[in-house]
Design a protein. Sequence first.
Length: 410
Amino acid sequence: MSMTQTATLQQRFEAALMPNYGVPPVAIAVGRGCRVWDADGRPYLDLIGGIAVSALGHGHPAIISAVSSQVAKFAHTSNLFLHEPEVALAERLQGLLGRADARVFLANSGTEANEAAIKLVLRKQDAAGSGRNIIVAADHSFHGRSLGSLAITGKESIRAPFAPFGLSVRWVPYGDAAALSDAVRPDVAAVFLEPALGEGGVVPAPEGYLRAARSITAEAGAALVLDEIQSGIGRTGAWFACQAEGVMPDVITLAKGLGGGLPIGACIGVGEYGTAFRPGDHGSTFGGNPVACAAALAVIDAIEAEDILANVAKVGAWLKDGIAAISHPLLREVRGSGLWLGAVLTAPVAADVTTAARERGFLVNPVQPDVVRLAPPLILTEAEAADFLTALPGILDAVHAAGQASTKGA
Ligand code: PLP
């Protein structure tokens, strides 16, 4: 029997790429809207969107047009020269934050946005001179894989093999305002927090936590850095999750959905943090790339023009309520907001649920052993969400039945 296209690609992948990801189960060949097709022509509803990235879905005409016309003009300048798309994007981000005194550094990924933020707060606090060189970060947080962003990532299993790092980090339990207050002493340069733990399993901050973090850091003279790489650009139904909480951080980092699939990250400093870098302090050859900036502008324009934030709030709430209404022995609860949900299971079978979903044509992600994450394109319709809701009990049944069979067999 001849091999499928997928199997052939998997074999070539394994022989040519490093083994850090394992071999993925699906080879994507084409996407349109919220649907993708694999190399063998099988269709899927994409409920993970490239991990909270494909904000406008796949093949959105605004991105196709913005990217193609920018490539046709010029694809790259380096930072020896400036160009209109980077200026326009930085202005748009200032506008979305409502802060004309915000200043933007453009990078290529979330990790790089956080790397810039780490350097920025150390520079602003003049860490060497003031002794304020501690960064406070949360258990179970995720900020990236470079040595700086990994140093402040609260997942021991991925950090330990690469320690020690050149940063001093004080850990706090996520969501505990009293513990944060204890940790933010005069030696602290900054507190890094996600508005909800994304990779940690879509765990929203308790009510009032971000506001408490804001006042604790303000009183102590430490920076509050909010990592909105996963939560930002509409994912929760607001442009930035912190806006729904009424919190303005000193620094905000973005990536993922910002480029709608093109690689871009942004580190935004507000007030004095916007101007803390001195010439020569930081840089990136590709950062602020005009093609990525054109895509990001198209994403922001389309979110506004198509009233996509309202769609996120409406379809997200509908999907969340629909999952919550399913009574199943494997389903404990659903948490999150907007189109950023975690279905929490009663057993560590998220990988099996993901496989069963895939076999029925739905792409989801086992973000934790017992949590299945949904982070679909922000244009998901109620009809598409309904397809998943209809299939979910059967998906859970299949995993439950297999679990019972293996318990009996044991
Ligand atoms: N910060 C958060 C909150 C993330 O979720 C991620 C990626 O999952 C990152 C940072 C790292 O971003 P990237 O993978 O683009 O480097």
